[in-house]
Design a protein. Structure first.
Length: 569
């Protein structure tokens, strides 16, 4: 039903707004200014037209959204704001609305609007009839839905990726033989990524033989013969030699063909090529290749997803290889079984993380999507923006978690060359990396003298100390005299044990194992995703050491760890 507003009735500025002269202009100019300020400050685009469809008013937000200058819309037809092919239909709908002028809510009424430059965009439009004396008008509220559609599509895409990772983890951990596990894996992958060819080749550096475990080409399952890479290198040798992902947006491009040695195994109209090294420890064991018939088929986010998946493929391949080796080398049975169990445990932790921890931001996103609809329906743009910000924060947090999970997966696949390192050098460099945080909380750091040298990956070992120092500062609590001690001690067996000790909040004994898990945070209010100690544990174990914590709540914490000494070559 028509809306009657006391402000409109009492101020003749409404009449002036719609192009009619007021008898009391001088007296009510202040009211007019106030009325226009209300409209122009409204974050929703608002356009007022008369019953003939002539626009009599548009606020600042409407001009910005539709691409017009101030007052440029005044006198234009409302059909000018609709797509050209819909104008006849719109005139009929407007005539029908004039016969039955009833306010219509914006929620759920998705239409298309047209900007001055001809660009058409999805919009949610609400209509309200206005009566001022004998004059009737229509107030249209316009909300651009393009950003909301993008956000919903992005959420849907990320949900599909997480679901894919979960199903792939189950597929690869299912106990099938390597060929059938990888075959099922490709079927799942094709649901969200363009794949016209998929190859997994394994490389034996001792014999220089590169053989295909799986070779799918345009839905055809082939078995190309093995080849010696240095005789017929192709892109595989380039990837293995560089230990880096290679993405060629168009292998038919003449410059690309000049820069890379492209070997055609099977004739196919392939354009985009992506090759990812399969790295186990410090050794490249093969290449995973994804290809498409259209150029530029893969985005950077899809490449990162495929690199994460390549890690699972490596784990599956290693598991298969270890099982075969167990049958051949009985003397190494216990060592191989332990390694296999570690790989399976890592795969299970990865599956749990994808199915549980990484889905929690999606729950937040899903909940606030409902609030967005309510806010839009009520025209409450302040709450709309707050809910939108919460969704964006959840998306950003989910991306951070995926990135850190990818970083965790890379540890063990990509290691720098080991070297002899004075441990005090590691302490100094790690301390400088967290200097800002230490100084910000006035933490005193004490380092023992006469550290022994160690043997390992310098960059990764600095990362160990950096994370331990950063963790100590983060959980220092309200300690009046914060202090961190970095030291070492000898066991009765003569082994050196390094430690980082703080006098902060401490950790209750029941949480000692939990702190090394993925995304586990004892205090949810602290920054970060909770993956730092998981990274530390992974790096230490890859160096052949171990790490543990001794602590009580309120009495500080000491993280102990062992590393290979410089005497080990």
């Amino acid at each position: 039903m028509p809306i009657e507003n006391d402000l409109f009735q009492k101020s003749s500025c409404v009449a002036r707004l719609f192009g009619k002269k007021s008898r009391k202009e001088a007296v009510l100019s202040a009211s007019e200014t106030y009325f226009q300020e209300i409209f122009n400050r409204n974050p929703v685009a608002m356009v007022v037209s008369d019953l003939s469809g002539q626009i009599v008013f548009a606020n600042l937000q409407a001009n910005r959204l539709l691409g017009y200058e101030a007052s440029e819309l005044i006198g234009a037809s409302i059909e000018q704001l609709t797509p050209e092919d819909a104008r006849g239909k719109h005139e009929a709908q407007r005539a029908n609305f004039n016969r039955h002028p009833v306010a219509r809510k914006m929620a759920g009424r998705e239409l298309n609007a047209r900007r001055k430059d001809g660009q058409v965009f999805p919009a949610e439009i609400g209509l309200v009839p206005l009566n001022f004396g004998d004059d009737a008008f229509i107030l249209a509220s316009i909300v651009d839905l393009a950003e909301r559609h993008w956000m919903e599509a992005e959420i849907h895409r990320r949900a599909n990726e997480l679901d894919l990772l979960y199903r792939l983890s189950l597929t690869l951990a299912g106990g099938e033989d390597l060929y059938h596990a990888l075959r099922a894996f490709v079927s799942e992958l094709k649901k969200i990524i363009a794949i016209d060819a998929f190859h997994i080749g394994l490389y034996n550096p001792e014999t220089d033989v590169f053989s295909y475990t799986l070779f799918l080409n345009l839905e055809e399952d082939l078995r190309p013969p093995a080849r010696k890479l240095h005789e017929k290198p192709g892109l595989a040798l380039e990837i293995i030699a560089n230990k880096k992902t290679l993405y060629l947006e168009d292998i038919q491009d003449p410059q690309t063909r000049r820069d890379h040695h492209i070997l055609v195994i099977v004739e196919a109209p392939i354009r985009a090529y992506l090759g990812i090294p399969l790295i186990s420890g410090e050794r490249v064991i093969g290449v995973m290749s994804v290809q498409a018939c259209q150029p530029s088929a893969y985005t950077q986010e899809q490449i990162r997803l495929l690199e994460t998946i390549a890690t699972q493929v490596v784990i599956t391949i290693e598991k298969s290889a270890l099982l075969e080796q167990l049958q051949q080398e009985l003397s190494d049975r216990q060592q191989l079984i332990a390694e296999l169990e570690n790989k399976n445990a890592e795969l299970e932790r990865f599956t749990y993380t994808v199915s549980h921890d990484l889905k929690s931001p999606l729950v937040t996103i899903s909940g606030y999507l409902g609030f967005l609809e309510q806010s839009a329906a009520q025209g409450n743009m302040e709450r709309f923006k707050k809910d939108k910000a919460r969704i964006e924060n959840s998306v950003i947090r989910m991306q951070a978690m995926l990135n850190e999970l990818l970083e965790l997966s890379r540890i063990g696949r990509i290691l720098n060359e080991s070297e002899h390192i004075p441990f005090e050098n590691l302490v100094q460099e790690a301390t400088e990396l967290v200097r800002g945080r230490l100084d910000g909380k006035k933490v005193i750091i004490y380092s023992h003298p006469d550290f022994p040298a160690v043997y390992g990956d310098k960059a990764r070992l600095i990362e160990v100390l950096q994370n331990l120092l950063d963790n100590a500062v983060k959980y220092m609590g309200a300690q009046a005299r914060p202090r961190i001690e970095v030291g070492h001690q000898r066991t009765p067996e003569g082994q050196t044990v390094f430690f980082v000790r703080d006098n902060g909040m401490g950790i209750a004994p029941e949480h000692h194992e939990r702190v090394f898990g993925l995304f586990n945070k004892l205090d949810s209010s602290t920054e970060g995703t909770g993956i730092g100690l998981a990274l530390v544990k992974r790096i230490v174990e890859l160096h052949g050491g171990k790490i543990w914590v001794e602590s009580e709540a309120g009495k500080g914490a000491t993280f102990y760890f062992t590393l290979p000494s410089a005497e080990r070559l």
